[in-house]
Design a protein around this ligand. Structure first.
Ligand code: PHE
Length: 451
């Protein structure tokens, strides 16, 4: 038997997992959802979900991967039985990763387009309404969306073909900190804006009256989305982790970094939004309008816009490969496919499935007509269902499975080697056994109006 590839070091694993977690979810999705849900109260629920639901689930996922060295479906089967119904959660994860990557790629495509546009002199206007029009035009264009969607999926496939543990680590070490530095620089700019305090009170003021049941569901879904949980990405990454590494401290570090970047993005964007009279609840276009609005004022602004969206694309790639990986390792582990075949098949299928999302802003069947019938366009529907329902449902499954089925095995086989078991361990099991399942179920029922 060949030995499974492993991360070169503990830092390598943390970087890769943080690369999966930090992405469009932090910089594109978190600010716009904070905006549409009225600010502070949403942020507070989000942070609570990260701490009490996300963190315990992340530990469980990484643990499941490391102890079985398998993809999600195989991991669950190995620890239960060949025909166990628990496997359904593995399948759900594969389905979620498909749906998510299919629309994620469209947003990454917008970033690519913006980076390109800024570089080639397409963003020279500085007034707010022309910058808003650019986004409207991009969203409505089938050609732009399809082109960049295919482009992005192709890059993702090319990287996954090389194997996860290779190459990428080196780039992540340079480009992820670069993104962080860029955000800090933007933060300094936000400090100087007159809308700074209004922005802060929007993000941190607790206006509970603005939070709806749907908003609570979105905060939960966003916690899963941003931490890359509920669909097996972290199971797969955990399967490459070495036995001696401490899963708990790694999970804390990853969650902390991810949350830091999301909050930073919101703290950067909202002062801009209030200073320039943009609409906080503008939706998915928020970052694509506000960043150009702020940067185009500066000398050399176009270059910075291009660098910002370029780094965002990189962050999106490191997330996207972690979405493709569960499906690929499933095909490889379960069906004995080669990495090449698994990647080509999975990537092509996701590419095709993303076409309606790419066309969501145009006046085709998948655009306006779909929205007229279902109330949301295809892109928003895919996002809504996968993020808010499928991921938390997957998380529910993994929690119950770990706490009720794996608990004994964890002790017996010393699965948590590298971590001391103690009060903390009991608290973690209790969270997974009770709090996480109850919270998720309650939020689900609340969202559909049952409780
Ligand atoms: N966490 C990634 C982001 O915030 C998205 C992601 C979701 C990645 C689910 C893997 C699994 O952009």
């Amino acid at each position: 038997m060949t030995q499974r590839a492993q991360w070169g070091s503990r830092v390598g694993f943390i970087l890769a997992a943080a690369g999966s977690a930090v992405g469009l979810g932090n910089i594109w999705k978190f600010p716009y959802e904070t905006g549409t849900n009225g600010g502070g109260a949403f942020v507070a629920v989000y942070l609570t979900c990260v701490l009490l639901v996300g963190l315990p689930v992340m530990i469980a996922e990484i643990l499941l991967g490391r102890s079985t060295q398998k993809s999600p479906v195989g991991a669950v089967r190995e620890l239960s039985s060949p025909r166990s119904p628990w496997q359904a959660f593995g399948w759900l994860g594969v389905a979620s990763s498909f749906v998510i990557l299919s629309f994620y790629s469209i947003v990454a495509g917008w970033s690519l387009h913006y980076a390109w546009l800024a570089l080639t002199g397409g963003i020279t206007n500085t007034d707010t309404s022309s910058l808003q029009n650019i986004f409207t035009e991009v969203f409505a264009s089938p050609g732009i969306n399809l082109f960049w969607h295919i482009f992005f999926i192709t890059i993702t496939m090319a990287i996954v073909l090389g194997g996860v543990a290779k190459g990428l680590e080196r780039w992540a070490r340079i480009l992820m900190p670069a993104l962080f530095i860029m955000l800090i620089a933007l933060l300094l700019k936000s400090f100087t804006l007159e809308g700074f305090s209004e922005g802060m009170s929007f993000v941190f003021g607790f206006h509970s009256e603005k939070l709806t049941a749907e908003g609570v569901l979105e905060a939960l879904g966003q916690a899963f989305f941003s931490l890359s949980l509920g669909m097996g990405s972290m199971v797969t990454y955990g399967s490459y982790l070495r036995k001696q590494d401490d899963i708990v401290s790694a999970s804390i570090t990853i969650s902390f970094l991810d949350t830091l970047i999301a909050i930073l993005a919101a703290v950067v964007l909202f002062p801009i939004i209030f200073t320039f009279g943009l609409e906080p609840s503008a939706g998915p276009g928020l970052v694509f309008v506000s960043i150009p609005v702020a940067l185009s004022q500066m000398t050399g602004g176009a270059l910075f816009i291009s660098i910002f969206f370029g780094l965002l694309v990189f962050a999106a790639i490191t997330s996207a490969i972690s979405m493709l990986e569960p499906t690929c390792s499933y095909f490889m582990d379960e069906h004995g496919w080669t990495r090449k075949r698994a990647t080509l098949v999975a990537g092509t299928l996701v590419g095709i499935f993303g076409i309606p999302s790419a066309l969501s802003g145009s006046t085709t069947f998948f655009g306006q007509d779909f929205a007229a019938i279902f109330g949301r366009n295809w892109f928003d529907t895919a996002d809504y269902l996968a993020t808010n329902w499928m991921l938390p449902l997957g998380g529910l499954g993994i929690s119950l499975f770990t706490a009720w089925k794996m608990n004994e095995a964890i002790r017996k086989h010393n699965f948590l080697s590298g971590t001391k078991l103690g009060v903390f361990y009991r608290a973690w099991v209790l969270l997974l056994k009770l709090l996480v399942p109850i919270a998720i179920t309650f939020i689900f029922l609340h969202a559909v109006g049952v409780v």
